[in-house]
Design a protein around this ligand. Structure first.
Ligand SMILES: *Cc1c(COP(=O)(O)O)cnc(C)c1O
Length: 388
């Protein structure tokens, strides 16, 4: 039989209907204590020195396991853990592989709070971070030190959209026994099969596309076999936990992710192509566009492009920019993305290893599920206000 397609896996993996009176969706379990029938059964939970999965609420319930199994199946991962936010998934993955006196390589286009964590808590714990050029590729090897434990990637960067050569970075890292961690939120498991491309710990802000409805904060880390034990024991040891309600919503989002992504992609492509032709625009940062410097790598490694992209405007006054953005009807001004609604924000970022030359202000758009005609006319009216 042919290999099952990801759309099918996302719909069926993790179902537990037989254990739940035939219900398609695993219900929300709310529990702390799990009762055991007798002392022997309580003792059996600890017999191999490890707690079984359903021993205590913090370790998860069938709701958690349904969600995690579905993500693992999509990722081709040995195990997925659910965490309370995307940022928590990032910091947890780093802490699971780096100890005091270790060295971490962090991409210079990383999500802002990831950078702040490296320069703050991680530094205080004795882990040194070197920021590297996201376009370094196999050249990453020159930055390896004897104590380098991990290379962290984010591709494309969520504000500047550089595409990284993940297979080349992974190949170099693995030759030195270094783990590759990736913030893969932009592409989701559908558009970038990270573990197949050499990533060891694949991280998602499930808050974005996986949950998909701007109503839940969640993060996931999916690990290959070699990294599962250290990840799970670290997560359990720290007492990290995502609630049954959140796992339920995340799984509900995952079930429809494929169709939503398709629409996000189509609309983003339409908006990005239109914007590229506008006289107010210097360039559009969207790897699916042929004009994008990351297009060739994107085409080689990715299976699609999601709905988030950047626009570098030509120089314009702050007042004119505000006139454009403040009056938009369908683009909300707010952080996050990956929900059903369109968003717009000015992109603010810090660089230390590289510079990002922008001709004018950089804005970031999320193409939601509204009709693209309405979004285009909203932007056109916005440019008219900008030019007035
Ligand atoms: C939003 C975001 C995160 C953090 O996710 P939260 O759930 O908001 O903590 C991490 N990485 C990227 C690329 C993001 O856009």
């Amino acid at each position: 039989m042919a290999e099952e397609k990801p759309e099918t896996t996302a719909v069926s993996a993790g179902r537990m209907s037989a254990e739940h009176f035939g219900t398609v969706n695993t219900p929300v379990y709310r529990t702390s204590t799990i009762l055991h029938s007798d002392l022997a059964s309580l003792k059996a939970e600890l017999s191999d020195g490890k707690l079984k999965r359903y021993a205590y609420g913090r370790l998860g319930t069938p709701t958690t396991v349904s969600f995690e199994e579905a993500v693992s199946a999509l990722e081709g991962a040995a195990r997925t853990v659910s965490l309370p936010s995307g940022l928590n998934a990032i910091t947890t993955a780093i802490l699971a592989v780096c100890s005091a006196d270790d060295h971490l390589l962090m991409t210079d286009n990383a999500y802002g709070p990831t950078r702040r964590f490296c320069n703050g808590a991680l530094k205080r714990l004795g882990v040194e971070t070197t920021f590297y050029d996201p376009l370094i590729g196999a050249g990453i090897e020159e930055l390896f030190r004897p104590n380098t434990k991990a290379v962290f990637c984010e591709s494309p960067g969520s504000l500047t959209f550089e595409v990284q050569d993940i297979p080349a970075i992974s190949a170099a890292a693995h030759e030195h026994g270094i783990a590759v961690l990736m913030d893969n939120t932009w592409a989701t498991p559908f558009f970038f099969p990270a573990l197949k491309r050499g990533v060891d710990l694949d991280i998602h802000a499930a808050t974005k596309y996986i949950c998909g409805h701007s109503d839940t904060m969640m993060g996931t880390i999916s690990a290959n076999e070699a990294n599962t034990q250290r990840l799970v024991s670290f997560v359990n040891g720290l007492g990290l936990y995502a609630s049954g309600d959140d796992c339920f919503l995340a799984l509900r989002g995952l079930r429809t992710l494929a169709v939503r992504l398709k629409r996000h992609q189509e609309t983003a492509m339409r908006l990005a192509s239109w914007l590229e032709e506008r006289p107010e625009v210097s360039r559009v940062l969207y790897p699916a566009l042929e004009s994008d410097p990351g297009h060739v790598l994107w085409k080689r490694d990715f299976l699609g492009a999601s709905g988030l992209f950047g626009v570098v405007l030509k120089p314009v006054s702050e007042r004119a920019l505000a006139a454009m953005i403040d009056g938009l009807k369908h683009f909300g001004i707010g952080y996050s993305w990956g929900g059903y609604e369109s968003l717009i924000i000015p992109a603010e970022f810090v660089r230390t290893a590289t510079t990002f030359q922008a001709e004018g202000p950089v804005i970031r758009l999320h193409a939601g599920l509204e009709h693209p005609d309405d979004l285009l006319s909203d932007l056109a009216t916005g440019f008219a206000r900008m030019n007035a």
